[in-house]
Design a binder for this molecule. Structure first.
Ligand code: ADP
Ligand code: CIR
Length: 358
């Protein structure tokens, strides 16, 4: 099935990687010799090999996870590796299944403002990912695929009628560097040149087919063809999680009328990175809690609450001015509603701790 040269290359790359020092990724932990021997001959129908799955992680030893799925079939073909990483990250075992969709429609009242006096929380954001049914993920998309997908999404977004959500699509190709950089530093747009994505082969033909849709207020935004085919985002200043969720739900429902999304019975909504499978929801706040965040065990406290801590510019960035991005960690095995609740309950605890002096 797969040529001898490729098998040899996979063996070599894996051996070198297994000897690498200072690497703490989930890939490093779970890419054992047994797993390599079992998977090195395999290939998906579209031609993805084990190397395509691990290329990001073996080239970025500082990765936290290190794998991506070039196509949906990869999650099955390379299950002996993905299943272990998925279980480690989400606590979702091979016997588990993603629960039915529960976006949290009509449940905004469950999430009153977390910080009504605006003491700690600067802003709140909830995003989810979607893939267009019938297309593989980034590494296997052709230039034409990118352009056609962009048109499909743009056309679907043109039909959004909801007054609050209506907006304009801005292709990345043709955007001035100044506008692009401003949108990035204001937290509205994805960054450019991410090493993890580049090495995953996810930035081909960039900036073609990539872009951002947003309403006038920049509270409802769609990223097109960055890490996932679509990232649907709702965000605003302050801590009104219910309002942010309500807007996201309306947006998702408006779009799904026009675009068929890829869903797997067991894994839920399909995404390029295994950390985003299932609900695909990352609900976050930008929060300043100087006493709690100064504690030596801040990371442990967050781990216990199932919270993930990121820096001020998102993943792989540092905190600036004591502001952290705190979100739910788990996405798979819980509903969309539960993912938001995981962040909500956890952040509520952090605020209680801060109020009690850290
Ligand atoms: P993702 O949400 O796609 O996993 P990142 O961690 O890269 O990706 O974050 C994307 C952008 O969203 C970054 O600019 C980040 O600072 C911003 N962001 C995340 N959470 C919030 C928030 N609660 N308020 C404002 N901006 C946020
Ligand atoms: C990494 O392995 O660090 C990147 N490929 C991103 C992984 C997903 N992010 C996360 O949940 N920390």
């Amino acid at each position: 099935e797969i040529d001898a040269f490729t098998v040899k290359r996979i063996e070599e790359v894996c051996k070198n990687f297994q000897n690498a020092e200072n690497c703490n990724s989930l890939l490093k932990k779970h890419l054992t010799k047994d797993v390599v021997d079992q998977l090195k001959y395999r290939k998906t129908r579209l031609g993805a090999t084990l190397y395509d799955v691990i290329r990001s992680g073996v080239n970025n030893l500082d990765a936290s996870v290190g794998v991506y799925a070039p196509d949906a079939e990869s999650y099955k073909t390379f299950a002996p590796l993905f299943d272990k990483i998925i279980e480690d990250y989400h606590g979702f075992s091979p016997k588990d299944s993603q629960p039915a969709v529960d976006l949290g429609e009509g449940k905004a009242g469950d999430f009153p403002e977390l910080d009504p006096k605006n003491k700690y929380i600067l802003s709140t954001r909830i995003r989810c990912g979607r893939s267009l049914a019938g297309y593989p993920f980034n590494p296997l998309l052709t230039e034409d695929d990118y352009l056609i997908m962009e048109q499909k999404v743009k056309t679907a977004l043109d039909t959004v009628q909801d007054k609050e959500l209506k907006g304009v699509y801005y292709p990345l190709a043709g955007m001035t560097k100044q506008t692009q950089n401003q949108l990035i530093s204001d937290h509205f747009l994805f960054k450019e040149g991410d090493r993890h994505l580049k090495h995953a082969n996810a930035c081909n033909y960039w900036p073609k087919g990539r872009g951002i849709f947003h309403n006038n207020e920049k509270t409802f935004l769609i990223w097109v063809n960055e890490e996932d085919h679509m990232r649907i985002i709702s965000m605003q200043n302050g801590s009104n999680v219910g309002q942010v969720l309500d807007r996201l739900v309306r947006g998702v429902k408006a779009i799904e009328k026009n675009v068929p999304f890829a869903r797997d019975e067991r894994l839920g909504w399909l995404t390029f990175c295994p950390t985003n499978l299932g609900s695909t929801v990352r609900a976050s706040v930008h929060i300043k809690i100087p006493k709690v965040s100064a504690r030596k065990d801040f990371q442990e406290i967050c781990d216990k609450l199932n919270l993930q801590v990121r820096g001020i510019h998102g993943e792989h960035s540092e905190s600036v001015g004591g502001v952290y991005d705190v979100s739910n960690k788990q996405r798979l095995g819980i509903s969309e509603y539960q993912a938001v609740k995981q962040m909500y309950d956890g952040v509520k605890k952090l605020i209680e701790l801060e109020d009690n002096g850290g």
